[in-house]
Design a protein around this ligand. Structure first.
Ligand SMILES: C[S@@+](CC[C@H](N)C(=O)[O-])C[C@H]1O[C@@H](n2cnc3c(N)ncnc32)[C@H](O)[C@@H]1O
Length: 348
């Protein structure tokens, strides 16, 4: 006899998602308080220790709720209960959310708490108007001008972007076969991490990290930190005005998604012009699956580009291949990287 599974309607998923921003805000607040950094320095803290270290004026009960939420969400370990509780970091929060470690990825979360949060609150306005919802909207600056004119936000933004892309840069450096190529230009290379990772994993490669002048000191710092000055150099310029230096490979990490379709194709053409025959263009992005059904992060990143830039959006591999053909490339392929990101590759 066949049994039929009947799925009963349930509001649980709707409610969980609808209040999902509560969970997000609990984590972002803990990052803002530098709770994970403090717990890494002094593990096994009681609620009294934490209240005093973070200067919290709420009740002990409020603090238990906050810390137990973090523990139930999987971001803290707890021993004991209420008065006997002692809290410590999990392995992940100890590695990735301790500000004292180079593996810290909290920059992107600090940015989300300060800015992303407010910009996403205006998603409805973004959709109604099709316009950027970021603070730059009233003074005619691009988001890059706005951020580079604000030094404190600038470092967080660059560190945040690097944190998001680090796993992808390492995956590309290790997975892509660089043996037939000698030079690489990373356009919009920010702090220079992609160039450094490629050269570190492929010692025959010479890389140039290319970005606006504001990025020079951070890129130079990365190169010095990894002792890669013999293989990676910094070049400043505006790729729209100056084009790109010649290289066997041109990469762009999260650059195409900042712009409208016409500008995306223009940038791919600029990359094409910098390459020899047989050269390669690689975009490292959250490429959406062709059916637009699975890569939820890629789809949300695309909405993020609407509210952060006005014109930008993420795209599928089919979109990329169509634009690559228009720019003159002869073939394309897709290489999955870490998590929801991929390398969209076009050959000249
Ligand atoms: C979203 S960030 C991506 C950074 C990095 N590639 C990554 O994957 O994390 C875009 C980068 O493009 C750079 N950029 C924007 N306009 C540029 C221009 N006209 N010329 C050169 N770089 C530019 C920005 O300064 C920024 O570093």
């Amino acid at each position: 006899m066949q049994t039929e599974t009947v799925t009963k309607p349930s509001p649980a998923a709707i409610l969980q998602m609808g209040t999902g921003f509560w969970a997000s805000k609990v984590l972002l607040t803990a990052v803002e308080f530098e709770l994970f950094t403090q717990l890494e320095k002094h593990p096994n803290q009681t609620v009294k220790d934490i209240k005093s270290n973070l200067d919290l004026k709420c009740t002990d009960r409020n603090t238990y709720d906050f810390l137990d939420c973090l523990s139930a969400l999987g971001f803290l370990n707890r021993e004991g209960l209420l008065e006997t509780s002692r809290y410590s970091n999990t392995i992940d929060t100890g590695i990735f959310l301790d500000k004292a470690k180079p593996s810290y990825i909290g920059g992107i979360l600090e940015m989300q708490n300060e800015q992303g949060w407010n910009v996403w609150a205006k998603l409805d306005q973004g959709l109604k108007t099709g316009l950027i919802q970021h603070d730059v909207k009233n003074n005619g600056e691009t988001i890059f001008d706005f951020i580079s004119n604000n030094p404190e936000m600038f470092k967080k933004f660059v560190d945040g972007m690097t944190g998001v892309q680090m796993g992808n840069f390492i995956a590309l450096a290790q997975q892509f076969d660089f043996s037939n190529y000698k030079t690489l230009v990373d356009a919009g290379g920010s702090a220079g991490v992609l160039s450094v990772m490629v050269a570190k994993n492929n010692p025959h490669m010479n890389c140039t990290t290319f970005d606006l002048p504001a990025l020079k000191s951070m890129a130079t710092e990365t190169i010095q930190k990894f002792k890669m000055a013999d293989h990676v150099k910094v070049m400043n310029g505006d790729f729209f005005k100056d084009g790109l230096p010649k290289a066997d490979i041109v990469t762009m990490g999260n650059v195409l998604h900042d712009w409208d379709e016409e500008t995306k194709i223009k940038l791919m053409k600029i990359a094409y012009d910098a390459l020899p025959k047989g050269g390669v263009f690689i975009a490292i992005e959250h490429v959406i699956d062709n059916e637009r059904k699975e890569n939820v992060f890629g789809l949300m990143m695309s909405l993020n580009m609407l509210i952060e830039t006005g014109d930008g959006f993420n795209y599928t591999f089919d979109d990329f291949s169509k634009w690559a053909k228009k720019a003159g490339f002869s073939s394309t392929e897709l290489m999955p990287l870490a998590g929801p990101a991929s390398a969209a590759i076009a050959y000249k």
